[in-house]
Design a protein around this ligand. Structure first.
Ligand SMILES: C[S@@+](CC[C@H](N)C(=O)[O-])C[C@H]1O[C@@H](n2cnc3c(N)ncnc32)[C@H](O)[C@@H]1O
Length: 257
């Protein structure tokens, strides 16, 4: 059963570029990450939007797997909110949420008084987040469409939750470095951890891709993420693991030292 947790995101359909010489290897790598982004953007603007917008809501139109993922994701969000709340007054503190989805984290952070800048590679996701925030009368959050690598500025806290599953392994360190460059005080990041057990589940899952289109899924070695944080001058201060039947997410909070 657990295998489907990662499979829900694991179906890979993109054709790989086939290099013949080593000079083409770099290009192949670049090509692959561009393809990943195109695929992810298209997915979250269409079928992925419909699917995740339901998961990240109170809609009854979800199956038991989606309900389980909703439960796991809610737990991750609540853990982050607990950390932020425990650290005290957030009024006027700036937060940058990269890959904000429909605002599941950005909106409650705004309700806690923080000033939010949230973005997502998908227009549909960012627009839905803005719609939900407006409906709730939230004025201290702005939402826009952007690849997280193009996000600029300086913020007290940078968050990036459950986005790294769409990030190719070879780009992960660079991505973490970029998030750190935006953060004055703190980075909060979650990812599906690359342990033998989850790798095994993913392999099993790939044997049963299921009917719905999804994107490629990447697990990440915790040590790689920690080293990238450390290289950028951050130290892990708190960590959590959330695992339900169909959802796995390792959560790290790193503070600038
Ligand atoms: C599984 S959802 C998580 C959304 C949100 N962080 C949350 O926890 O509710 C992943 C989101 O990451 C976004 N995403 C994926 N790759 C991205 C990138 N390179 N830049 C910005 N957003 C990205 C997707 O469009 C999608 O909305």
């Amino acid at each position: 059963m657990k295998a489907f947790a990662i499979i829900t995101l694991a179906f890979a359909g993109a054709s790989a570029f086939a290099p013949q010489a080593s000079t083409q290897k770099t290009f192949a790598c670049l090509q692959s990450s561009v393809d990943d982004k195109t695929e992810v953007r298209e997915y979250f603007n269409t079928e992925g939007f419909n699917r995740w917008n339901k998961i990240y809501s109170e809609s009854d139109e979800v199956n038991s797997v989606q309900l389980d993922i909703r439960t796991g994701h809610d737990q991750t969000i609540q853990k982050i909110l607990n950390w932020v709340q425990a650290d005290g007054d957030n009024k006027g503190k700036t937060f940058c949420d990269c890959g904000c989805g429909v605002g599941s984290l950005a909106i409650p952070l705004a309700q806690m008084g923080a000033k939010i800048s949230a973005s997502d590679i998908s227009d549909s996701m960012a627009n839905e987040a803005a719609r939900r925030a407006k409906e709730m009368g939230i004025k201290n959050a702005k939402f826009y469409t952007s690849d997280l690598e193009s996000v600029t500025g300086k913020y007290n806290t940078v968050t990036c939750v459950d986005v790294a599953i769409h990030y190719p392994t070879e780009k992960m360190s660079e991505m973490v470095g970029h998030l750190c460059s935006l953060a004055q005080d703190r980075v909060i990041i979650s990812f599906a951890p690359k342990t033998w057990y989850y790798v095994f589940l993913k392999k099993i899952g790939e044997l049963f891709p299921g009917p719905s289109k999804t994107t490629r899924a990447y697990l990440h070695e915790e040590e790689v993420v920690r080293q990238a944080l450390s290289k950028a001058g951050f130290e892990v201060a708190r960590d959590e693991m959330t695992a339900t039947n169909f959802y796995f997410s390792r959560l790290l909070e790193a503070k600038r030292v």
